[in-house]
Design a protein around this ligand. Structure first.
Ligand code: NAP
Length: 289
């Protein structure tokens, strides 16, 4: 019998790719905000008990980093409480949980890549709520794989790539922050890496329960990322600015590069360099401008 795979956040950047890529590996039960609101704990428990999945992939999250400063309770409900409940239900069923977290659990004071066990210190509500989600999962003692990643972009949804493309078509000059460093990650590559791990089988995943940094290699500033998106073609001038010149409600870490050695040693593969992957994304049939 094919295992049931419950995927939350099925209309998100990573979730949308997962629903497609995981289909060969089980019966997919895909939920989105309308069909399963993660802020509703009872609904979350009921959905898991109804589906009886062998694997839960939680791609849903409250990802509006600035709005989270105001919608604190909702951010915590979705990013902290719900993952804890999913983990409790996974343990009850003997299922595996895959969950995603963020580089925003760190304060960004380092200048070299963060290993998994580096001290955390989120600067904003979103990061703090995601960190609480990691802790809630750990406390539930389930077989869970938690993948921290960063700067997710894709060809659908709300993300930096699509924003820059839109602005590049409208303006002669873009002013982009050049003093925050991180790594852009294509949602399809994150979903493909997850699928590769799912393809290893449930026992292999169970044995590898833990926290991992899942990210492309290399590093970028938002300014460098914008330049790479616009490319060499005659586009707008991309002017580097400082974070102080672009104030936002949520503070963001100045540095969020994740060290991926533990992931690579455990799962036996690495993600591509972010520039190569961005090129691949932009050349993909749905990515052409
Ligand atoms: N985006 C990034 O730059 C980034 C960086 C680091 C880590 N991550 C993590 O990576 C994972 C995947 O992120 P992503 O970029 O794919 O996010 P995304 O595109 O924003 O997708 C998240 C999905 O969750 C849904 N959602 C929001 N609130 C919900 C609720 N109360 N109940 C059910 N669903 C809800 C959203 O629905 P609506 O679209 O209808 O609101 C959306 O479809 C998340 O865990 C995120 O924290 C993301």
């Amino acid at each position: 019998m094919r295992p049931t795979i419950l995927v939350t956040g099925a209309r998100g950047q990573v979730g949308g790719e997962l629903v497609r890529l995981l289909a060969p590996y089980g019966e997919i039960v895909a939920t989105d905000l309308e069909s399963l609101n993660l802020a509703d704990v009872d609904a979350v428990r009921a959905a898991v008990r109804r589906a009886k999945p062998a694997l839960i992939v939680n791609a849903a999250a409250y990802t509006a980093v600035d709005l989270a400063e105001k919608e604190v309770d909702l951010a915590y409900a979705v990013n902290a409480r719900a993952p804890g409940v999913l983990a409790e239900e996974a343990r009850r069923l003997g299922a595996v949980l895959i969950h995603y977290s963020t580089d925003y659990v760190f304060d960004g004071a380092r200048t070299t890549p963060y290993p998994e066990d580096a001290p955390t210190g989120p600067l904003n509500v979103y990061g703090a709520s995601k960190l609480d989600g990691e802790r809630a999962i750990a406390a539930a003692n389930a077989h869970a794989l938690v993948f921290r990643t960063s700067w997710v972009y894709g060809l659908t949804g709300r993300n930096f790539l699509l924003t820059i493309r839109r602005l590049a078509a409208e303006r002669d000059e873009l002013r982009i922050v050049a003093d925050q460093t991180g790594v852009p990650n294509w949602s399809r590559t994150l979903a493909a890496a997850t699928t590769r791990i799912v393809a290893m089988g449930l026992p292999a995943m169970t044995e590898r329960t833990g926290l991992y940094h899942l990210s492309s290699t290399g590093e970028a500033t938002w300014h460098a990322f914008a330049q790479a998106i616009v490319g060499a073609a005659a586009g707008p001038r991309i002017v580097p600015i400082s974070t102080a010149e672009y104030p936002t409600p949520a503070r963001r870490p100045a540095y969020g590069v994740l060290a991926t050695g533990r992931f690579e040693r455990t799962f036996g593969f690495a993600l591509p360099d972010w520039r190569e992957d961005l090129d691949r994304c932009l050349r993909s049939p749905t990515g052409a401008a």
